[in-house]
Design a protein around this ligand. Structure first.
Ligand code: MG
Ligand code: MG
Ligand code: MG
Length: 305
C-alpha cells in the first residue's frame, strides 16, 4: 500500500501542524500508511506545544511526485499547499474554512464551521472508535486554544469549548494556565528577522480584484511590536513591490485585550479605513475588538474592496 502524505497549509500554524499529526495517527490506527508532513517551519507557539507533548515535528516537504496520495487538513485552498496539487490525488480534506477547491473526482470531504480543525478531528476519532490518548489530547487541545485565542475569538463555537474541556480532562491540563503560557510562547519574535515576522502567518488573498496579503502576529504588548514599525513597513513595501500587491495588511493582535493594531500599505490601503471607519495615521490604526482574520477581516475588507 502506498504512502499517504498528510499536510496543512503553508506558513503552518499550530492547527495545521497538529492536524497533520492527529490525522496521520488516526489513519495509521485504521491501518493506512499515512505520514505527517508540514509545508514550512514551526513557529514558537507550536514549538512550545510539541515540546510539552513530547512529539516530533512532522516531516518538512517542499514537493511531492505526481500521483502521490494526500490528505489536506486545516485548508482546502490549492494556493496554500504544494504548487503541483493538481497532479496529486487528494483522498480526504478535513477543514474549517470555506470550500475553495473542486477536484473533479470524488473524495472524502469534511468541513464544519467550527473554530478549529481539532473539533472535527475529535469527532472523527469518536466515529471511528479510536481512543484519544493523552499525547493526542494535548495536541488537539493546544490547537483549539490557538485557533480560538483561548475561546475569545468570535470564531469560537460552544462546541470548540466543550471539546477543549473534554480534551483537558484527558490531558490533565488546566486550560487557562496552560493556554496563556502557550499563547505567550508564540509572541516571542526575538529570533526572527523582519522578513520572517511578516511571513510567519501570512495569507495571500484576493479581495475581489485587490491582490493582497493579510499577515497576523500575536503579542502581549502592541507597543513592543510597534517599536519595529519602520522596519516592518520597509519589509512590507519590499513584498508589495516584489509581488505586485495592491494591499498589505499586517495585524498585530493583542491576546490579552483582544484588539489589533493594523499597519496597512499599498495603493488600496484606504479599504481598511472604509471597512472599519478609521483613519490611518502614518499607515496605522487601532481596530477595537478585532482578533479574527477569517471572521472580522477578510469578509469586511472584501465587502469594501
Ligand atoms: Mg490554520
Ligand atoms: Mg485552523
Ligand atoms: Mg490562525
Amino acid at each position: 500500500m502506498g504512502e499517504i502524505l498528510v499536510f496543512g497549509h503553508k506558513n503552518p500554524d499550530t492547527d495545521s501542524i497538529v492536524s497533520s499529526l492527529v490525522m496521520a495517527n488516526l489513519e495509521k490506527k485504521l491501518g493506512r500508511n499515512a505520514i505527517s508532513c508540514r509545508l514550512g517551519s514551526i513557529n514558537k507557539e507550536t514549538e512550545y506545544v510539541l515540546n510539552y507533548a513530547g512529539v516530533e515535528a512532522p516531516k518538512l516537504i517542499e514537493s511531492a511526485e505526481a500521483g502521490t496520495e494526500v490528505i489536506l487538513v486545516d485548508t482546502a485552498n490549492r494556493k496554500e499547499v504544494l504548487d503541483n496539487i493538481d497532479e496529486l490525488k487528494i483522498r480526504k480534506i478535513v477543514d474549517h474554512h470555506q470550500v475553495a477547491i473542486n477536484t473533479g473526482y470524488p473524495l472524502y470531504y469534511r468541513a464544519e464551521p467550527v473554530g478549529c480543525t481539532e473539533t472535527i478531528m475529535y469527532k472523527l476519532y469518536k466515529e471511528n472508535g479510536v481512543e484519544i490518548e493523552k499525547t493526542i489530547a494535548i495536541l488537539m487541545l493546544s490547537a483549539i486554544i490557538s485557533d480560538t485565542l483561548l475561546f475569545k475569538s468570535p470564531t469560537c463555537t460552544p462546541e470548540d469549548e466543550k471539546t477543549a474541556r473534554e480534551l483537558a480532562n484527558i490531558a490533565g491540563i488546566k486550560i487557562e494556565e496552560y493556554g496563556m503560557e502557550m499563547l505567550k510562547a508564540g509572541t516571542d519574535l526575538s529570533s526572527f528577522s523582519i522578513d520572517e515576522i511578516l511571513k510567519l502567518d501570512a495569507k495571500e488573498i484576493n479581495l475581489k480584484e485587490v491582490k493582497s496579503i493579510i499577515a497576523q502576529i500575536n503579542t502581549a504588548s502592541i507597543p513592543d511590536v510597534m517599536q519595529k514599525k519602520n522596519d516592518l513597513e520597509s519589509g512590507m513595501q519590499k513584498v508589495i513591490d516584489e509581488k505586485g500587491l495592491d494591499l498589505f495588511v499586517f495585524l498585530i493582535t493583542d491576546i490579552i485585550n483582544s484588539n489589533s493594531q493594523v499597519i496597512a500599505l499599498g495603493k488600496n490601503a484606504n479599504i481598511v479605513e472604509k471597512a472599519y471607519g478609521v483613519k490611518l495615521v502614518e499607515n496605522t490604526a487601532m481596530l477595537e475588538g478585532v482578533v479574527s482574520r477569517k471572521k472580522q477581516v477578510v469578509p469586511i475588507l472584501t465587502e469594501n474592496a
